[in-house]
Design a protein around this ligand. Structure first.
Ligand code: NIG
Ligand code: FE
Length: 417
């Protein structure tokens, strides 16, 4: 569904451009008072000062929204989530509170593999309903585009099922959030392949990825490149095959240990490398040089009591940094955009302006969509958020609290409060 909409009397706050912002450019936002944005059939057709004139009944074809001076930003892009899954893992969370590590739970058969068991016994309708509920909540926090991964099937049938759920959510005519699907069959090694990781990689390349590609079920291919999960060599093999089949690439890189995932992302020309808590200096330089978007997920570091990724240093080294939530049932059961803003600014030392760019234009770039979304400019989709007041500093300052008043998707208004 699309609408014709005129938002007027807004304080416009947006990055400007059709590609990722790198380094200090990330802090440059356009701020314009008394601004009007016009959306025609879901696409932005005017951005500029308020216009008073009536033109031949032209205005009658538009809904009018008086922003009364409130901030108007691009819709937020959550470029890394695992929002389709069965079951929950509250038990594991309590073990972690008692001191057990994420990897030790995984190594004794819990973690991702326990969500795999639950997901394999959950049907399409149940998976879809649960994911739809997350999307609704995310929309209330200003999210207008979400990336979602498979990776809780780890067999042909359930990997495809997860991707079909994502597709069905993305094709809903009344969707509040656009969906970008990613194939993450290499999220863990399933029980059936225990001790035979290379054979599992062969299986994905031979028996699953061609079908995913053939049916257009995923745009990206991702891998959990981590010590004890998929090695650098196995990740390279999988991603090279994916690239040859026409997938764009992403990596879960250097999340738990410094393995060289950031370097691998640069070597392969991945669109993004995600997590990067332990990215090396060389890896950071390589990402900056090759234009790999460094996607940081501070909610996960927070939830795992791990050190935060070096966001400030990455920006100062010339990287394009994006922020995302990593919503998943294990390491980070949160899709909180407000808390993501706060953690990024407080602990990763990003400025408020940089954090806004990271959750809009650079999030869009991490999904190869910076030409279509991520800023309020003529030609882009009419995806925007209206804040509760005229001060965008509230985004991190009002810690963990929602200051989105209204979310606008392709020109359609969805009130949040
Ligand atoms: O991004 N690290 C791997 N994947 C997820 C966690 C998934 C899970 O624990 O279920 C992550 O942190
Ligand atoms: Fe993840």
């Amino acid at each position: 569904m699309t609408e014709n909409l005129i938002v007027f009397n807004a304080r416009l706050v947006t990055p400007v451009g059709f590609t990722a912002k790198k380094g200090k450019e990330m802090g440059e936002l356009l701020v314009m008072d008394n601004a009007t944005v016009e959306v025609t059939d879901g696409i932005i057709t005017y951005v500029g000062p308020n216009r008073g004139e009536e033109r031949d009944g032209y205005y009658q074809r538009y809904w009018h929204y008086n922003a009364r001076g409130r901030c108007l930003l691009p819709g937020f892009v959550d470029s890394h989530t695992h929002l389709v899954f069965g079951g929950e893992r509250a038990e594991e969370f309590s073990w972690r509170l008692q001191g057990e590590s994420y990897m030790s739970i995984m190594q004794r058969g819990g973690g991702i593999v326990s969500t795999v068991k639950a997901t394999r016994t959950t049907n399409f309708i149940q998976l879809r309903a649960k994911a739809e509920d997350f999307l609704k909540r995310m929309s209330l926090m200003g999210v207008t585009t979400v990336e979602g991964k498979s990776g809780y099937g780890l067999n042909r049938e359930t990997e495809l099922l997860q991707l079909k759920v994502l597709h069905s959510l993305g094709n809903d005519e009344h969707r509040r959030v656009d969906i970008v699907p990613t194939f993450l069959g290499a999220h863990a090694v399933p029980e059936e392949y225990k001790g035979r990781t290379d054979e599992y990689v062969d299986f994905l390349i031979r028996d699953v990825m061609p079908t995913v590609k053939e049916h257009g079920l995923a745009e990206f291919c991702d891998v959990f490149c981590e010590e004890g999960v998929f090695s650098i060599e196995q990740s390279r093999r999988l991603l090279q095959a994916a690239r040859d089949m026409g997938f764009s690439l992403k990596l879960h890189a250097d999340e738990i240990v410094s393995l060289g995932g950031a370097e691998l992302a640069a070597e392969l020309g991945a669109v993004s490398a995600d997590h990067l808590l332990h990215a090396s200096d060389t890896g950071i330089r390589a990402m900056a040089e090759q234009g790999v978007v460094a996607t940081l997920l501070p909610l996960t570091a927070f939830a795992l009591r791990e050190p935060y990724a070096r966001g400030r240093e990455m920006i100062d080294s010339g990287c394009a940094v994006a922020l995302a939530t990593d919503l998943n049932p294990g390491s980070c059961f949160s899709g909180s955009i407000p808390l993501t803003f706060a953690l990024a600014c407080i602990y990763m030392h990003m400025s408020i302006e940089e954090a806004i760019t990271a959750l809009t234009l650079n999030g869009a770039a991490a999904l190869k969509r910076a030409d279509r979304i991520g800023s309020i400019e003529v030609g882009k989709q009419g995806d925007m958020v209206v804040l509760t007041n005229d001060n965008y500093h509230f985004l991190p300052y009002y810690i963990g609290m929602n200051c989105v008043y209204t979310t606008i998707k392709r020109g359609v208004i969805y009130p949040s409060v």
